[in-house]
Design a protein around this ligand. Structure first.
Ligand code: TYD
Length: 246
């Protein structure tokens, strides 16, 4: 990868310029962080697993009509994506109370919500990704009203589909985070696409039978077995982890 122009290095991924116009390459690292970078570590092989899980999820979502930035996987750790202008919002969906929601409201983790909740955080590490209400998003012109409506419609459809997909392999989709981007239409306009990744790094998955956590909470909470949990999610999804490089 050293000959590629590095555009940005984040906590779990590096972005390089792609070799086609208006593309980028997402390189998935093994680095793991939690609590806004306070806890740092690595999960061996995570980058390969998350790259391949993201490929599968993005491919399936595009098949149900969700436009995505994903183009194709290039190698074990790299995928080619459209270069998009990321909407600086973390779109969080909750089906069951856990994490911040449980802590904030004193609700026991695992309490099923009457209906899914979609909430937004401002994507800004320096500010600690604060929760941002819709009227603030509109007044601060972070996204337009039309965009917010579209983001919520797409997110709801993604949640319905993914809950079913994971339920089919014995996993309950507790909550997750999405990011969207604006993709140029080649003229003056742009349209919204699902961007970034979908992996056990940014969702909570609990085994229906054992209630075991199969996601990054194993790392956040020092539960151990994170490598095995990520591998098991990949295995149940039918994602091969055989190396294809070299
Ligand atoms: P949340 O409970 O708000 O935060 P935390 O994980 O710190 O308790 O997270 C809800 C879901 O969204 C969870 O699956 C993790 C994911 N998420 C991210 O991937 N990145 C983020 O920056 C945030 C805030 C959440």
């Amino acid at each position: 990868m050293s000959d590629k122009e590095k555009l940005y290095e984040g906590k779990a991924k590096i972005l390089y310029r792609g070799d086609r116009p208006n593309t980028i390459i997402q390189y998935f690292k093994d680095d793991a962080t939690a609590f806004n970078n306070v806890k740092k570590g690595t999960i061996a092989g995570k980058g390969v697993i998350n790259n391949k899980i993201t490929e599968l999820i993005m491919t399936r979502l595009s098949q149900i009509g969700i436009p995505t930035a994903f183009i194709k996987r290039l190698s074990d750790r790299e995928q080619l994506c459209h270069d998009v202008e990321i909407v600086p919002l973390e779109v969080i969906v909750r089906n069951t109370a856990a994490g911040t929601m449980s802590k904030t409201y004193g609700i026991e983790e695992g309490t099923r919500l009457r209906r899914p909740i979609i909430e937004f955080s401002l994507k800004d590490d320096d500010l600690g990704d604060p929760i941002i209400p819709e009227n603030h998003i509109l007044v601060l012109e972070i996204a337009s009203e039309e965009e917010l409506i579209e983001i919520m419609e797409m997110t709801s459809k993604i949640n319905d589909y993914l809950r079913g997909l994971f339920a089919g392999i014995g996993l309950e989709l507790i909550d997750f985070k999405l990011e969207f981007g604006r993709l140029s239409d080649g003229d003056d306009g742009h349209f919204l696409v699902l961007a970034d990744e979908f992996s056990p790094d940014n969702c909570r998955l609990w085994d229906f039978e054992t209630q075991e956590k199969m996601d990054k909470d194993r790392f956040r909470r020092d539960l151990g077995g994170e490598v095995e949990a990520y591998q098991e999610v990949a295995r149940r999804l039918g994602v091969s982890l055989e190396t294809e490089d070299e």
